[in-house]
Design a protein around this ligand. Structure first.
Ligand SMILES: Nc1ncnc2c1ncn2[C@@H]1O[C@H](COP(=O)(O)OP(=O)(O)O)[C@@H](O)[C@H]1O
Ligand SMILES: [Mg+2]
Length: 408
């Protein structure tokens, strides 16, 4: 390929940076080189994504630009990144406006508004190992063939270097899926029509993770959560629990599942007014197969000295804690929380979130929490973004924030 003079200069610089200082970590050399490439291309941001065979996911290992998107991941084949990582050809989107794969405005999680982008597969011998993503070049600078060749060279050199150094990105991939949803749909009849609420959801829920389902009001979050909890049944698709098909459970299986495997935390606390805090918990414990100590559950949520209070004598936050104790005492596989802080003031909400964080850090259970609040999503291990009945992204937070540091 014949480069124009300017791009030869850039390529030379990039090669030197990639070669780098042998004492310095490979990631750092690649990062320096990519940063230079981005600067020379006047691009606003970029990322490098690698496939990981063991986990079946694609990870963002490097991000350039103001917003850190490293640690995000998506499943193989999902979205544009997934498609790019499976392809041998670069993909360029010159203008995202009017393209429904790109919702208008800033992406809530990355904070980036993507206007144009280029995906360059990273090819190593006969395999694509990932891709380089570059976005938001100025409108008057379209990707010329020459520019594309330059990015191609960078992607190829980086792949070779990674191969040479035996670099592979191996995050925590041994998580066990408790529940898997595949192609889940939910329709409701509406007059002579049907409305499609969920339009094909694929989702795995792993052991001991805090999974946040994030999305605007009406996008189908509660519907999805209710299907996970066996309170609602999907119109189509399949569900498996611990690897066994659970798509068409009998009524008894469903009742057992809801009672023994799932704990619920709702916006409304639904406590029995004529029972004390402890009795509200005991009442549930007696119904369930694997239940633990009610007293311990009350202690865990910090209500030891309120155990004998009736709901009417407790604040909203305290009542929400009782409802959490009630979910904990079942020792369920998954606790589902639907906007658990929506009815609470900020500091009480934060205390509730700290409790949820504790359920994960002390490895007590898995939590799937629904929220429309981007800030709250920052404490998740993974964020599933739902838009109009579909998953628009699934991202890993490598460094989840502590509930006490959140502000909303
Ligand atoms: N039983 C139902 N019959 C008809 N439409 C419903 C029913 N339940 C929910 N919907 C509709 O499905 C959409 C998604 O609802 P929901 O899952 O509650 O959204 P979210 O929790 O994200 O706010 C909404 O438009 C809602 O009106
Ligand atoms: Mg809802």
């Amino acid at each position: 390929m014949a480069f124009k003079q300017e791009n030869i200069r850039i390529l030379y610089k990039i090669m030197q940076l990639l070669e780098g200082d042998p004492g310095v970590a490979l990631e750092s050399n690649i990062s320096d080189a990519m940063e230079t490439l981005m600067k020379e291309m006047h691009a606003e941001a970029g990322a490098m994504w690698l496939k990981n065979r063991d986990s079946g996911r694609i990870y963002s290992i490097l991000s350039i630009g103001e917003t850190d998107i490293t640690g995000f991941s998506i499943e193989y084949g999902q979205g544009l990144v997934g498609a790019a990582c499976n392809s041998f050809e670069p993909a360029v989107i010159y203008d995202t406006s009017g393209d429904d794969r790109f919702p208008a405005g800033k992406d809530e999680i990355t904070g980036i508004e993507v206007k144009n982008l280029l995906f360059m597969p990273m090819q190593l011998r006969k395999e694509v190992i990932g891709c380089v993503e570059i976005f938001n070049r100025p409108e008057n600078e379209r990707y010329s063939e020459d520019d594309i060749s330059l990015i191609h060279s960078f992607a190829g050199l980086a792949s070779l270097l990674m191969d040479e150094k035996g670099y592979s990105y191996a995050p925590d991939v041994n998580k066990k899926a408790i529940m898997s949803l595949r192609s889940i749909t939910k329709d409701y009849p509406s007059g002579l029509d049907v409305i499609h609420i969920l339009k094909g959801i694929d989702l795995d829920i792993y052991e001991n993770e805090l999974l946040v389902i994030l999305g605007e009001s009406g996008c189908g979050k509660s519907t999805l959560l209710n299907i996970i909890g066996g309170m609602d049944s999907p119109t189509g698709g399949s569900i498996s629990v611990d690897g066994k098909d659970f798509s068409h459970p009998s009524d008894k299986e469903l009742v057992d599942f809801r009672r023994d495997s799932i704990g619920f935390i709702f916006q409304a606390y639904n406590l029995m007014p004529n029972l004390t805090a402890l009795e509200n918990v005991q009442f549930i414990a007696e119904l369930c197969k694997n239940s633990g100590s009610s007293k311990e559950a009350i202690d865990m949520v910090g209500l030891s000295d309120r155990a004998n209070n009736y709901p009417s004598m407790m604040s909203g936050g305290q009542q929400q804690r009782v409802s959490i104790a009630r979910a904990i005492v079942k020792r369920p596989r998954i606790i589902l929380a639907d906007e658990p802080t929506a009815a609470l003031d900020f500091s009480t909400g934060q205390e509730v979130l700290e409790l949820i964080e504790k359920l994960i850090s002390e490895k007590i259970t898995t939590v799937v929490m629904v929220t429309h609040n981007v800030e709250i999503a920052k404490m998740a291990n993974r964020v599933v973004r739902v838009r109009d009945g579909k998953i628009s992204s699934i991202r890993i937070n490598s460094w989840p924030m502590h509930a006490k540091d959140l502000i909303w």
